[in-house]
Write a protein that binds this ligand. Structure first.
Ligand SMILES: NC(=O)c1ccc[n+]([C@@H]2O[C@H](COP(=O)([O-])OP(=O)(O)OC[C@H]3O[C@@H](n4cnc5c(N)ncnc54)[C@H](O)[C@@H]3O)[C@@H](O)[C@H]2O)c1
Length: 259
């Protein structure tokens, strides 16, 4: 394949101000894409977009609350205008959002918040993106699930597992519906990535023995770098995956090996 894979293409990354979001936005920009960095935390999105512009890329920040239909409408309209359409959507906004992990502590609002951002947000952004992705006949959506939806993990709780499992069902059903428009829809299911201070602190707070237990469960025996989440996402978004749709790619060092 000659030339950068995303030259002349445009991309919108939700959660683009976060740890994995920044890595994905930077990787897309490095490979030639014009990138809308969208996040509910506007300063984080602005900082990420400014770093991309400093490196010579075309990038801008977008304020976006993925769980809010009106906000999604405004942000995607602006993205469509500024980017002149859309080729790639990466839905990274999500997480367990500081909600409790353990069943007795989880309130109904905690459950709603996790589902609203991870699942409703993914739905609303996909729905808003489809009319922008359709004209080129080569649009791609990459949704972000989790190992929490593939096996189980003690790091996050039941609402997160439910939301990220929902993302997989959404991905398959949407892939079927928009395939005739030339739009591919796939998901990645990452294992543990130390994507920011919170998870780095969690890792640093574990004892040697606890860390060894985590690593023992990973056949590759190490935690990944953030670029190792970005690369599979870019693969699914690129023409290299032009006949791949409705699938989930596990990115976890072999911790969960599923069919
Ligand atoms: N880090 C991991 O180990 C891991 C593993 C599996 C899946 N994931 C998933 O990857 C994605 C990114 O995770 P991360 O580790 O980079 O987390 P992060 O917290 O660094 O980034 C998440 C970003 O989403 C943004 N966000 C939160 N609510 C939003 C909303 N309503 N609208 C728009 N943006 C919103 C946050 O402001 C933040 O910038 C999440 O969906 C997470 O569930 C992460």
């Amino acid at each position: 394949m000659s030339g950068p894979r995303f030259e002349g293409r445009s991309a919108l990354v939700t959660g683009g101000g976060g740890g994995l979001g920044r890595a994905v936005a930077a990787a897309l920009a490095t490979e030639g894409a014009a990138v809308a960095v969208a996040d509910v935390a506007l300063p984080a999105a602005e900082e990420a977009a400014a770093a991309l512009r400093d490196a010579g890329a075309a990038a801008f920040a977008l304020e976006l609350d993925v769980a809010d239909a009106a906000s999604v409408g405004v942000a995607f309209a602006r993205a469509g205008t500024e980017l002149g359409g859309l080729d790639v959507l990466v839905n990274l906004a999500g997480g367990s959002l500081g909600t409790p992990r353990d069943l007795p502590e989880i309130g109904p609002d905690d459950y709603d918040r996790v589902l609203d951002v991870n699942l409703r947000g993914t739905f609303l952004c996909c729905q808003a993106a489809v009319p922008l992705l359709a004209p080129s006949g080569r649009g791609a959506i990459v949704n972000v699930s989790s190992i929490a939806a593939r096996g189980t993990t003690p790091v996050t709780g039941v609402p997160y597992a439910a939301a990220k499992a929902g993302v997989l069902g959404l991905t398959r059903r949407l892939a079927r519906e928009v395939g005739p428009l030339g739009i591919r829809v796939n998901a990645v299911a990452p294992g543990l990535f130390l994507s920011g201070p919170r998870l780095e602190g969690m890792w640093a707070g574990l004892s040697e023995r606890e860390r060894a237990e985590v690593l023992d469960a990973i056949p590759l025996r190490r935690l990944p770098g953030l670029a190792e989440a970005a690369a599979p996402i870019l693969f699914l978004a690129s023409d290299e995956a032009s006949y791949v749709t409705g699938t989930v790619l596990d990115v976890n060092g072999g911790r969960f090996m599923g069919g």
